[in-house]
Design a protein around this ligand. Structure first.
Ligand SMILES: C[S@@+](CC[C@H](N)C(=O)[O-])C[C@H]1O[C@@H](n2cnc3c(N)ncnc32)[C@H](O)[C@@H]1O
Ligand code: SF4
Length: 386
């Protein structure tokens, strides 16, 4: 899928206009942001990686957040210029920017395109106003529709996110909402089940019993409905929560799940890249101001990189690969790591998982079935246990 030396660049913009009560991403609100200082810091941190990995070929750039659509288009342009100036880039380089669908941001789409962005991913989250309010969003359905319309006029490719399994949402309600979303989509959708994360306002409110969300059985039903509807519409899941028409998969996502290399630049960003044959894991400082200071002092904002040993690489490659509908290419995996994925598994647990129909080999690939995906986290632990 990706050849040696090909890599992605992830840029993390850590600011949002307001904090959504369910979200535990590294995102912060600030009265004022010195954007010139931020632009310079991204440029410097990218220069660091250009020096470190001069032979890398960039196949994807992803601006994630936080809310990167709050950035000035000039800042985005400077970052893209630095990447294009520093490395070889693929002729079909995919440059995605996450955008919130408020009118202010949608008005900037054209300028983002001029800056070099060729794909946006919109955080629509819900298609009814009461749920948008519950989710603490800054936009309503009217604005969401407008943002999608502007995205579709401006970009050849775009995606949007919806969060389902909301309080009181029955499979029928979700099915109707999802069906109404399909005509708005162009080839890609991310559909996430609402999770209650520690350290978010929803965590306390949920613990106090202010609201409840669908339980595991209801969640499984909602997930199954999601697969049926998107499959029928020709945008089946290609990863646990991501759906695409054939060929419309998000390249940045595919880098993660195929365990290819990427660098991460920006507060809290992670990276996984190969240097002198050694896979390294990096994590940038999370606090925005500390990250800025580190870049000014050292030229990059990363903690000391950690070597990922051979066993950990195999496990990581399996954990991400099993998220893909098509699973892991067994021959490719053996070529790369000198072992088959099955050799990593607990033999008896693997046998049981196959018998139960949770994991199966299809056309030289090893992947989870729908029943397996419904048990994703516990199943992977079970398979990889000693
Ligand atoms: C980095 S976030 C957001 C991008 C953008 N700031 C926005 O909110 O539109 C990526 C996506 O993760 C999803 N997400 C975040 N927290 C979640 C949670 N607790 N449960 C389910 N989905 C979540 C949302 O759909 C969100 O759009
Ligand atoms: S969901 Fe998006 S807008 Fe809301 S706090 Fe998280 S990153 Fe910011």
């Amino acid at each position: 899928m990706f050849s040696k030396g090909q890599a992605g660049v992830y840029i993390h913009w850590p600011f949002c206009a307001a904090k959504c009560p369910y979200c535990d991403f590294n995102s912060h609100t600030r009265e004022q942001i010195d954007e010139e200082a931020w632009a310079l810091a991204y440029e410097r941190a990218l220069d660091h990686y250009v020096r470190l990995l001069p032979d890398m070929e960039v196949v994807s750039v992803f601006f994630g957040g936080g809310t990167p659509s709050l950035m000035k288009p000039q800042t985005v342009e400077r970052i893209i210029k630095r990447i294009r100036g520093g490395w070889r880039t693929a002729s079909d380089l995919e440059i995605t920017l996450e955008a919130n669908p408020t009118s202010v941001e949608a008005q900037k789409f054209r300028d983002f395109r001029t800056a070099g962005v060729n794909r946006v991913s919109l955080g629509i989250q819900a298609l009814n106003d009461s749920d948008l309010k519950f989710l603490g969003r800054e936009h309503d359905v009217r604005e969401a529709m407008q943002a999608i319309a502007i995205a579709s006029e401006t970009f050849e490719r775009y995606s949007f996110d919806l969060i389902y399994a909301r309080p009181g949402q029955t499979p029928e309600m979700w099915a109707n909402e999802l069906r109404s979303a399909l005509p708005l989509a162009r080839g890609h959708l991310s559909l996430y089940q609402l999770t209650i994360e520690r350290s978010t306002p929803f965590y306390m409110r949920h613990a106090r019993g202010e609201f409840s969300i669908p339980d595991d059985v209801q969640g499984a039903e909602l997930y199954t409905v999601t697969q049926e509807i998107t499959g029928d519409a020709g945008i089946p899941m290609y990863e646990v929560s991501n759906h695409a028409a054939p060929g419309q998969e998000c390249r940045h996502n595919m880098i993660y799940w195929n365990y290819a290399d990427y660098i991460g630049v920006g507060p809290g960003a992670h990276g996984r890249y190969t240097l002198n044959g050694q896979k390294l894991a990096t994590r940038d400082h999370s606090a925005p101001e500390i990250w800025l200071e580190r870049v000014a002092a050292e030229g990059h904002g990363a903690h000391l990189p950690e070597a990922v040993d051979a066993r950990a690489q195999l496990e990581e490659a399996i954990m991400v690969g099993l998220r893909l509908r098509d699973g892991i290419d067994i021959a490719g995996f053996m070529n790369r790591f000198g072992k088959s994925p099955a050799e990593l598994f607990h033999a008896e647990h693997f046998r049981i998982a196959r018998e139960e129909g949770w994991i199966a080999e299809r056309g030289g690939r090893l992947g989870l079935t729908l029943e397996g995906v419904l048990r994703l986290d516990s199943l992977i632990k079970y398979l990889l246990s000693d």
